[in-house]
Ligand binder design. Structure first.
Ligand code: 13P
Ligand code: SF4
Length: 353
C-alpha cells in the first residue's frame, strides 16, 4: 500500500478469508403480487408500531416502500440517527447486520428486526474481535477509530466509530489534538482519510469486496469515452480509482453530487442499488456504471453487494409475520458499544449548520 512517509502503516496481521455468497436472485413478482405483498407489509408495520429503515444499496422496491410508509432510505450515519429519533417501538432494518446492531445498540429498549440475519459485510467479517483486540493492545497510546461496518464487540473495543460521511472531520479533529490512530477495518478508506488529513495512522488490512472490484485502467479508458461525465467514487474503492474521481464521498454525498452538479452525466463507482435514488431525484441525468471488468477482474459482486441483496419484499414479509430475525445485543455490550457511536453522533450534531 502506498503510504505517506512513515505516518501510515498497514498492520502486520492476517485476516480471515471471507466467503462471498452469490447474489441472491428473488422470484419475479407480477404487479398484483407486488402490490399485495406491499399492502400486507404496510398493515403489519402499522400493527406492530414499526418503521422501515433501508440503505441505498437495497432493492429499489424496499427503498420505495420505506419512504411510502414514513420510514427512511439513507446512508449508514443517517440510518443510525433516524432510528434514535423515530418514536416506533420496532425498527425494521433493511441493510446489513452492522446496521441492525447499531440500531439495537442505540435503542436497546426497541425491538430491531432484519429480513436476513446472515446479511453481513466483508469488512465486518474480516475484523474478528479477538485478533483486533490483541492488535490494539500493542498500541496503547493510539486512539482506536473503527468504521461503522464492524461488529458490536469491535465497536465496544474502540474509542470512536465513524461512517464514510463523517470520517474526515473526525480524524481531522483527532489529529488537531495530536492523536495517533488505529484505523479499522477498511484499508482503502483509511488510506484515503490519511492522505486527506495527514494523520498518523495504522490500518487494519480489511476491504469491501464490492468497491475493491472497480478497475482503474478500465475506468480511465471509460472516462475517455465519456469525457463529459463527472466521476463519483465511494472511498472504500482503491486509491487508483479514487484518484480519478471528481467527487469522493458517502452514498449521500454521491447522490447530492448527481442532483447539484452541473454535469448531465456521471460515472458512478459504488453499489448499483444507489441508482434507484439518483434516478428518482435527477431523472434527466445520465448515470453510467464504473467498470468492474477488465484486467485482473474477479467480478465476485459486479457492483452489487451480495449481502445487501439478501433483503427482499418476500423475506421482509416473513420476518414481520413471524416476528423473527430479531437482533440481539446484550445490555452490557450495548452500553460499551454505545459510547463510541454516541461520540460520533454528538460530533455530527456540532457540525450541523
Ligand atoms: P455509507 O455510510 O456511505 O452509506 O456506506 C455504507 C457501506 O456499507 C458502503 O459500502
Ligand atoms: Fe460491506 Fe461492501 Fe457490502 Fe458495504 S458494499 S455492506 S462495505 S461488503
Amino acid at each position: 500500500m502506498t503510504t505517506n512517509g512513515s505516518r501510515a502503516i498497514l498492520a502486520p496481521v492476517s485476516i480471515p478469508t471471507v466467503s462471498v455468497p452469490g447474489h441472491p436472485e428473488w422470484p419475479q413478482l407480477s404487479a398484483q403480487e407486488e402490490a399485495d405483498l406491499k399492502e400486507k407489509i404496510k398493515g403489519l408495520l402499522k400493527k406492530m408500531n414499526g418503521v422501515l429503515v433501508a440503505h441505498y444499496y437495497t432493492d429499489g422496491k424496499l427503498q420505495d416502500l420505506a419512504e411510502e410508509t414514513g420510514g427512511c432510505v439513507a446512508d449508514s450515519l443517517e440510518m443510525a440517527r433516524f432510528g434514535t429519533e423515530h418514536p416506533a417501538s420496532t425498527l425494521v432494518v433493511a441493510g446489513v447486520k452492522f446496521m441492525g446492531e447499531t440500531a439495537k445498540i442505540l435503542n436497546n429498549e426497541k425491538r430491531v428486526l432484519m429480513p436476513d440475519l446472515g446479511a453481513t459485510c466483508s469488512l465486518d467479517e474480516g475484523c474478528p474481535i479477538d485478533e483486533f483486540s490483541r492488535f490494539c493492545d500493542q498500541y496503547p497510546d493510539h486512539t482506536v477509530v473503527v468504521y461503522a461496518n464492524t461488529s458490536a464487540e469491535v465497536k465496544a473495543r474502540s474509542d470512536w466509530v465513524v461512517t464514510s460521511g463523517i470520517a474526515l472531520p473526525i480524524i481531522t479533529h483527532l489529529t488537531e489534538q495530536g492523536k495517533k490512530i488505529i484505523w479499522a477495518p477498511d484499508k482503502h478508506l483509511g488510506n484515503y482519510v490519511q492522505r486527506e488529513t495527514g494523520a498518523e495512522m495504522i490500518f487494519w488490512p480489511g476491504s469491501c469486496i464490492v468497491h475493491e472490484e472497480f478497475r482503474s485502467v478500465a475506468l480511465s479508458r471509460f472516462r475517455r469515452l465519456h469525457p463529459e461525465a463527472a466521476v463519483l467514487v465511494h472511498p472504500e474503492s482503491p486509491q487508483s480509482v479514487i484518484e480519478q474521481a471528481d467527487v469522493v464521498g458517502s452514498t449521500t454525498a454521491l447522490i447530492h453530487a448527481v442532483v447539484n452538479r452541473e454535469e448531465t452525466s456521471f460515472i458512478v463507482a459504488t453499489d448499483k442499488g444507489i441508482f434507484n435514488k439518483m434516478r428518482k431525484l435527477a431523472p434527466e441525468k445520465t448515470l453510467l456504471e464504473a467498470p468492474t471488468e477488465g484486467e485482473g477482474a474477479t467480478c465476485q459482486s459486479c457492483a452489487r453487494c451480495p449481502w445487501m441483496g439478501m433483503n427482499s419484499l418476500q423475506n421482509l414479509l416473513l420476518t414481520l409475520q413471524e416476528g423473527k430475525n430479531e437482533i440481539q445485543v446484550s445490555e452490557e455490550l450495548a452500553r460499551r458499544a454505545r459510547i463510541p457511536i454516541q461520540r460520533m453522533l454528538d460530533f455530527a450534531r456540532t457540525m450541523k449548520p
